[in-house]
Design a protein around this ligand. Structure first.
Ligand code: NAI
Length: 778
């Protein structure tokens, strides 16, 4: 007779499928779907099928949205917006609360619908996607309630165009719609073409709760529909999806004045140190990658394992993968379901075989895959060199790369050896080490001894080519609110017409002292040319004609001054106070310089005040500890970008420069600044002030010359992480378009009243938030 242990070992799982009757009846009753515009469903137009990727059966026909459909939706949203925004926050809070309640009531229905349309295991949609989506609406009901208190003086953008991907369809919808509505915006949302059904069910919920018409509009369709939404007269675009499309959207919106947030791809490191709890790490990575078929933008798909434990870790991971149950996503015992679509399956196959062709070895489990549907067996690619396509490109399937490192420094170097910067997961029982690495990885979200933990109260979003802007928490709300800019003032001369001349010996009466200031030293321009600064037709001085090469040298110098970003807020404040003090000592000289060109000499006093102001902020722009619902201390840390470019206005040559450069350096950035082309002499003498104020060389670099040419080089430079521009409208459009290559965040602004140009918004723009999840009280 077999023993109990033997029976337990031979027992198999019985089938435990979730019932689909209710969903199937719902689909059958609707047949073909139109869009949801102005509170009602439109008649279906040209339709396409949305399939169940696990069985290839067609679930429904949905309409391919046209530019006219988008226009109708935007018009409805525009009409509804003023009334929606004018409601007291409490009234909007009640609507969001009603949506949350209705989602909760239909939680099971929506989980099944999601699993049918997307192919992910019911366990995921039921236990992760739906609870998080619901929590998002509750959380943002709260923000609507508190809006006036917590975001005084802020205003909604107006109409937001929102484009979402297929990997977390309803959750991504919640991430986009809840904050937009809470802030007083109305929305037009386009779900992904592979997974439109939960968005359409959501539209029904909006109608059911009686949400005012036009507040939420849903237009289905493919990338062409998305592109039409981007081109439509909306005030903001929020996009989640591939980096490639994100880049196209950045280019398409350049110069349009539309606000933009992008949540793009990732190639996130999952770093396992030798002293990690290896079993926990294995379970963590399986949860993050394989339970989601690897279709997670923040999945730790680059496993970096300490050499000392790599063999053990790999053995345990492969053993665990072999035990994964792959198959019917509706079965409650299934660990891994289907990929979203045959197109995605083909992409994964292609990338894995390219990875193998480039020298990686695929270890794949030999599980029995269902005969039909888009399934791919779990695998690991080992031995891939850093340039292997599988190490560089998002696989977005159930295959992770695994490589080894020897030292913590090497782990950081490998972790950051990517153009992305979405997330990182760090495993070590040594918290000192884990937090040290957390500070060094370039990622918007860092999980310590855990992975893929989300909560509506915490920010989520990337650095570098993973995009910009945050979703969730206060920072996610801020992304749907704008600070009304003070009335723009006409800019002085923005054309750069001065003719260059060789930088040759002195001419009587001409001040020839101006030089470029790079790496803490005065430099002659690479071109060997200067240009004349004139006032009322008279030449009053010469400024060096900076070029591409000078900008590149300045960026290099700024890059080297990385110590500044690590200095304490107190130390930075100290330097800013010295700058104020030393400028005060020479105020007369700077005032005379400004007066000579009819600029307001009070700019000097205001600049001194500004230095005090940002010195005050340098050690007070605090991060936060978020009230997430799990047992974590979830930190939101303000980090400097690193090297920033700043192109300054003509109107207030000294104060404009100070208003932009000082907040940037107060937050720990190093800056390459292009001063006012018409009057750069107002700041070129600042180098002496900087030198006597102990500002380390390379923290502020000044390159004079044609603003737009120089700004273009900054926009194109991969080592410039953010760029602020104040100049012409064409220049602003150019800066936004040229920044698309490495997706740096830009802030283009019109000329303004610089006497009041200070505040938190400058600091927010000068920093990016890193969210760090640390276990606490477990
Ligand atoms: P995608 O970026 O093309 O699609 C995302 C959304 O953008 C969809 O709603 C799509 O219709 C829309 N879209 C496509 N082209 C557009 C355009 N020109 N203008 C406006 N909207 C447009 O992603 P896709 O093709 O489905 O997947 C390709 C790869 O992207 C995946 O293999 C994966 O590597 C990555 N990806 C990353 C995601 C993330 O969350 N970061 C999500 C989905 C895909």
């Amino acid at each position: 007779m077999p023993t109990v242990t033997e029976i337990l070992e031979t027992m198999d799982y019985g089938p435990a499928p979730e019932a689909t009757d209710e969903v199937r009846a719902w689909l059958a009753a609707r047949g073909r779907f139109g869009h949801f515009i102005n509170g009602a469903f439109t008649k279906p137009g040209d339709t396409f099928a949305t399939d169940n990727p696990a069985t290839a059966e067609t679930l429904a026909e949905v309409t391919q949205g046209t530019a006219e459909d988008i226009a109708a939706a935007v018009t409805a949203a525009r009409r509804a917006q003023p009334k929606w925004a004018a409601m007291p926050g409490h009234a909007r809070a009640k609507w969001l609360y009603a949506i949350a309640r209705h989602l909760q009531k239909r939680e099971r229905f929506l989980s099944v619908l999601e699993t049918l349309d997307n192919g992910k295991p019911i366990r995921e949609s039921r236990d992760v996607d739906l609870p998080l989506a619901i929590r998002h609406f509750y959380h943002h009901a709260g923000w609507a309630e508190l809006l006036a208190d917590e975001f005084p003086g802020q205003a909604p953008y107006g109409v937001c165009g929102q484009i979402i991907p297929w990997n977390f369809p309803l959750l991504m919808l919640a991430w986009k719609v809840a904050p937009a509505l809470a802030a007083g915006n109305t929305v037009v949302l386009k779900p992904a073409e592979y997974t439109p059904l939960t968005a359409l069910a959501f539209a029904e919920i909006c109608a059911e709760v009686g949400l005012p018409k036009g507040v939420v509009n849903i237009v289905t369709g493919d990338g062409a529909t998305g592109a039409a939404l981007v081109a439509a007269p909306v005030d903001k675009i929020a996009f989640t999806g591939s980096t490639e499309v994100g880049r196209a959207i950045r280019t398409a919106t350049a110069g349009s004045g539309k606000a933009l947030t992008l949540e793009l791809g990732g190639k996130s490191p999952f770093i396992v140190f030798a002293d990690a709890d290896l079993d926990a790490a294995v379970e963590g990575v399986v949860d993050a990658i394989w339970f989601n078929q690897g279709q997670v933008c923040c999945a730790g798909s680059r496993l970096l394992v300490a050499e000392a434990v790599a063999e053990t870790f790999t053995a345990r991971l492969t053993a665990r993968l072999a035990k994964l149950r792959v198959g019917n996503p509706l079965d409650k015992c299934t660990d891994m379901g289907a990929l979203v679509h045959p197109v995605q399956l083909a992409r994964v196959r292609d990338l894995v075989s390219r990875g193998e062709a480039a020298g990686a070895r695929l270890i794949q489990t030999e599980c029995q895959l269902p005969a039909k549907g888009s399934f791919f067996a779990p695998g690991i690619l080992t031995g891939a060199q850093p340039a292997n396509p599988a190490m560089v490109e998002e696989i977005f399937g159930p295959v992770a790369t695994l490589s080894t490192f020897r030292t913590p420094d090497e782990a950081v170097e490998l972790a950051n050896n990517t153009r992305y910067g979405l997330s990182a997961s760090i495993w070590s029982e040594n918290l000192t080490l884990a937090l040290d690495i957390a500070a060094k990885v370039k990622a918007g979200v860092v999980w310590v001894n855990q992975t893929n933990v989300f909560d509506a109260a915490a920010g989520f979003g990337g650095m570098r080519e993973s995009g910009f802007g945050r979703e969730g928490g206060r920072e996610g709300m801020a992304a749907y609110l704008r600070t009304p800019e003070p009335k723009a003032r006409p800019e002085g001369s923005t054309d750069f017409t001065a003719s260059p001349r060789p930088d040759t010996p002195a001419e009587p009466g001409i001040d020839r002292t101006a030089k470029l200031y790079i790496g803490g030293a005065q430099k002659r321009p690479d071109s060997g040319y200067s240009y004349a600064i004139t006032h009322k037709g008279t030449e009053i001085g010469l400024a060096p004609l900076g070029s591409r090469k000078d900008i590149r040298n300045a960026v290099e110098a700024a890059h080297k001054a990385s110590g500044w970003s690590k200095a304490t807020g107190h130390n930075r404040a100290q330097v800013l106070y010295y700058i104020a003090e030393n400028l005060a000592a020479r105020a007369g000289e700077f005032e005379a310089r400004l007066k000579s060109t009819d600029h307001d000499p009070r700019e000097v006093e205001a600049t001194i005040q500004r230095a005090f102001y940002y010195a005050a902020w340098a050690d007070k722009f605090d991060g936060a500890v978020k009230s997430t619902k799990t047992r974590n201390v979830t930190l939101a840390m303000h980090e400097p970008f690193g090297v920033m470019g700043v192109a300054c206005p003509d109107a207030a040559p000294l104060l404009g420069f100070a208003s932009l450069v000082l907040p940037a350096i107060a937050m720990g950035n190093r800056v390459v600044a292009i001063p006012a082309p018409s009057m750069p002499l107002a700041v070129t003498d600042l180098y002496q002030v900087f030198d006597t104020s102990d500002l380390p060389g390379g923290v502020v670099n000044i390159v004079t010359g044609p603003r737009d040419d120089l700004a273009r080089t900054l926009a194109q430079h991969d080592d410039v992480a953010a760029l602020w521009y104040c100049g012409s409208a064409q220049g602003a459009a150019m800066v936004e378009a040229e920044s698309a290559a490495n997706l740096k965040p830009t802030w283009v602004m019109e000329n303004r009243d610089w006497t009041h140009a200070q505040g938190r918004s400058f600091l927010t723009r000068a920093t990016q938030i890193k969210t760090i999840w640390v276990p606490y009280g477990e």
